[in-house]
Design a protein around this ligand. Structure first.
Ligand code: NAD
Ligand code: APR
Length: 269
């Protein structure tokens, strides 16, 4: 298609520092619900009761149940064609012209489905990490008592209300663990913000993939790059914001073509 050809020749091949900014839409084709779209989490659940520091203070069990539920759900899902297109594109950049092009992926997703990408920044944290509310220690794998307590129960109502001593606790100081994700009203990790700054500073092409662009600071990245003269290409099933290139469609279908890595989905298995 004409736009794709123009995009590839004029922008993709000519760009030196390419960054992808991803949102829940990237994982939609894998069967992970988005937040604001049809079937989105925030259409069924109240974000203020599940994804804020206040909510955790008030009812840590409920918040843990919600994140446990999301973690279990994601464990049944696999990366889709769009995740694979990003992995393949990174491989292509690394093997073809490592000196002339760089590629980074900044994701707002906490689902771990982009873990095959080497240069990955998980800006909103991960469902598979915890942080101690007392000593700040971060862990990757947790042996969650909540998993045992919830085993075999229908837990989509989040009303098990486990006492605090049954919630995941720190192996070092016994403090209460929390999911290592960024909640509404919280600041992002400083190291992460610095890494993002480095990428945005030099970025001359930003691929905005499957995000509604409503949550800051990610929502500001396209205008930051654009103001510095970088090009913006948006991949979304619906119109979000004005960009130099707008690819409307499911990113599983359109991303591989636009990045010139679409050589048959089964080949990657
Ligand atoms: P926010 O994220 O709490 O709220 C943003 C807007 O979205 C508000 O209008 C709010 O009403 C609405 N909102 C909140 N939760 C929602 C949900 N689940 N679904 C739909 N809408 C929701 O507050 P903010 O101050 O705009 O901050 C945005 C994010 O930016 C913060 O969560 C934080 O991660 C980050 N932030 C970082 C820094 C920093 O790094 N220095 C500073 C400020 C904010
Ligand atoms: N292909 C491309 N885009 C898609 C697809 C698809 N198959 N399916 C859905 N989308 C698009 C939607 O049109 C929408 O614009 O993905 C976007 C998803 O937007 P949100 O649900 O708002 O998710 P996101 O932008 O990632 O939310 C940002 O908000 O709740 C917080 O911390 C949470 O990281 C999250 C942040």
């Amino acid at each position: 298609e004409f736009t794709t050809v123009l995009f590839v020749i004029l922008v993709l091949n000519a760009s030196k520092h390419i960054v992808a900014l991803c949102g829940a839409g990237l994982s939609a084709e894998s069967g992970v619900p988005t937040f604001r779209g049809e079937g989105g989490f925030w259409r069924t659940f109240q974000a203020t009761e599940l994804a804020t520091p206040k909510a955790f203070e008030k009812n840590p069990s409920r918040v843990w149940e919600f994140y446990h539920y999301r973690r279990e759900l994601v464990l049944t899902k696999k990366p889709n064609r769009a995740h694979k297109a990003l992995v393949d594109f990174e491989k292509k950049v690394l093997s073809a012209n490592p000196k002339t092009q760089t590629f980074a992926v900044i994701t707002q997703n906490v689902d771990g489905l982009s873990s095959n990408i080497k240069n990955l920044i998980e800006m909103h944290g991960s469902l598979f990490k915890t942080r101690c509310t007392k000593c700040g220690d971060r862990t990757e794998n947790y042996d969650s008592p909540i998993a045992l307590a919830l085993k075999g129960t229908e837990n989509s109502q989040f009303d098990i209300n486990l006492p605090i001593e049954k919630l995941p606790s720190c192996s070092k100081c016994k403090g209460l663990l929390r999911p290592d994700v960024v909640w509404f009203g919280e600041c992002l990790d400083n190291d992460i913000l610095m890494k993002i700054d480095v990428e945005l500073e030099r970025c001359d092409l930003l691929l905005v993939i499957g995000t509604s662009g409503l949550v800051y600071p990610a929502a500001a990245y396209a205008s930051i790059v654009s103001a510095r003269g970088g090009k913006i290409a948006v991949f979304n099933i619906e119109k979000t914001y004005d960009a130099d290139f707008e690819f409307i469609g499911s990113c599983g279908e359109i991303l591989g073509n636009a990045l010139m890595v679409n050589d048959g989905e089964d080949k990657h298995e």
